[in-house]
Ligand binder design. Structure first.
Ligand SMILES: *Cc1c(COP(=O)(O)O)cnc(C)c1O
Length: 366
């Protein structure tokens, strides 16, 4: 079976975890500090702070940016639900803006009309590993004095204008969940150049503490363990190699599938690099099989395809109740009905990638 996601763990990760186990320091300790330093260096930011998940990273970043009750956060309805839940937990309102039909990233031409005097943050998602239209977004953020928090959970190593994702906005959030481009089982990271944000996040992840039993405000236990950090330190060293393998597979799919009727291969816009967290095609009405049947037939041939995401976020009840209904974001809704992701991760060999192309072409009747 060629599965849709599979962590790539080598002897380096195993040895590193063993070292931590032997050291006796299992919770947040020197390995977390080592990871933070390496991660900041990788993203060319001044600082990075580790937390327990990508969701925790988004929560901590929004909190650091001062988001609270009555504030509005502009983001996209076409993402994983963890993009929006932390906004709701802080008592703020997610103000959604439809996506671009080609990249599925937030449509920057529609952001300005969503800005109100309550807007505090714009939170773009670099969906599937492709950076959003950042220059246009930054212009609007600057004009209205808004902070930008990147949801870069799928985009470690992707670049825009030569800058790494996570190093573009005021704060960048990453996930190290098991299926992400680099992983530590569970884990998250926040990048920033701002020392005040760093301090806020370091307190927030540790019960709001600035010192022993000294509480500066509300907080959680959002700490990463040294066991996880040991895995992530080794994974980070391999990030570029992993992303190159994803790009190699993407090129095989591009070449093999771009002429197939009813399939639109993903487009990478100028001035940026894509790290293909997902290789996502759009199945149009011209494709002879429905998406469900295609997924079923690929599965019979040992290929695990997936849909990210089948439901736009504004149609989910606890989000819809903030003033949204079906029909509000036609591009996100159309995408949710038509996207299909093929296995592209580094464990997919060139031969596997060609097998996937052949299977899709066979099912397309070409
Ligand atoms: C994975 C992901 C998250 C959440 O990360 P976790 O580590 O699973 O909490 C948030 N946003 C996006 C876009 C993601 O892909």
């Amino acid at each position: 079976m060629i599965s849709i996601a599979q962590p790539d763990v080598g002897p380096e990760e195993i040895a590193a975890v063993n070292e931590v186990l032997k050291s006796g320091i299992l919770a947040q300790g020197p390995k977390v500090a080592e990871l933070e330093k390496a991660f900041a260096e990788y993203c060319s930011t001044k600082y990075a702070a580790a937390v327990s998940s990508g969701t925790a990273a988004l929560h901590a970043a929004l909190h650091a940016a001062g988001v609270g009750p009555g504030d509005e956060v502009i983001t996209t309805p076409f993402s994983f639900i963890a993009t929006i839940n932390p906004v709701l937990f802080l008592g703020a309102k997610p103000v959604l803006v439809d996506v671009d039909s080609k990249t599925y990233n937030i449509d920057v031409s529609k952001i300005e009309q969503a800005v109100t005097d309550k807007t505090k943050v714009i939170m773009p998602v670099h969906l599937y590993g492709q950076p959003c239209d950042y220059a246009e977004l930054a212009t609007i953020a600057e004009k209205y004095s808004l902070k930008v928090i990147e949801d870069a959970c799928q985009a470690i190593g992707a670049t825009y204008g030569g800058k790494k994702a996570g190093g573009l906005g005021d704060l960048g959030c990453f996930s190290l969940y098991a299926t992400k481009n680099i992983m530590s089982g569970e884990g998250g990271m926040i990048t920033t150049d701002d020392e005040a944000y760093l301090m806020s996040i370091k307190q927030f992840r540790q019960h709001g503490m600035s010192g022993p039993y000294q509480y500066e405000g509300i907080g959680y236990n959002y700490r990463m363990t040294d066991l996880q950090a040991a895995i992530a330190v080794e994974q980070l060293k391999k990030a570029d190699r992993f992303n190159e393998a994803r790009n190699r597979n993407a090129r095989i799919f591009d070449r093999g599938l771009s002429d197939v009727k009813g399939i639109l291969v993903p487009a990478t816009k100028a001035g940026r690099t894509h790290v293909y967290h997902q290789y996502t095609v759009r199945l149009t009405e011209e494709f002879p099989l429905s998406r469900e049947v295609l997924i079923e037939e690929l599965k019979k041939r040992g290929i695990g395809a997936g849909v990210y995401y089948p439901k736009p976020l504004h149609t989910i009840p606890h989000i819809a109740k903030h003033g949204y209904k079906e029909g509000d974001f036609p591009e996100a809704e159309r995408a949710a009905g038509q996207v299909l992701s093929l296995p592209v991760h580094p464990k997919v060999s060139e031969a596997d990638a060609r097998t996937i192309v052949s299977a899709v072409k066979e099912l397309a009747g070409v």
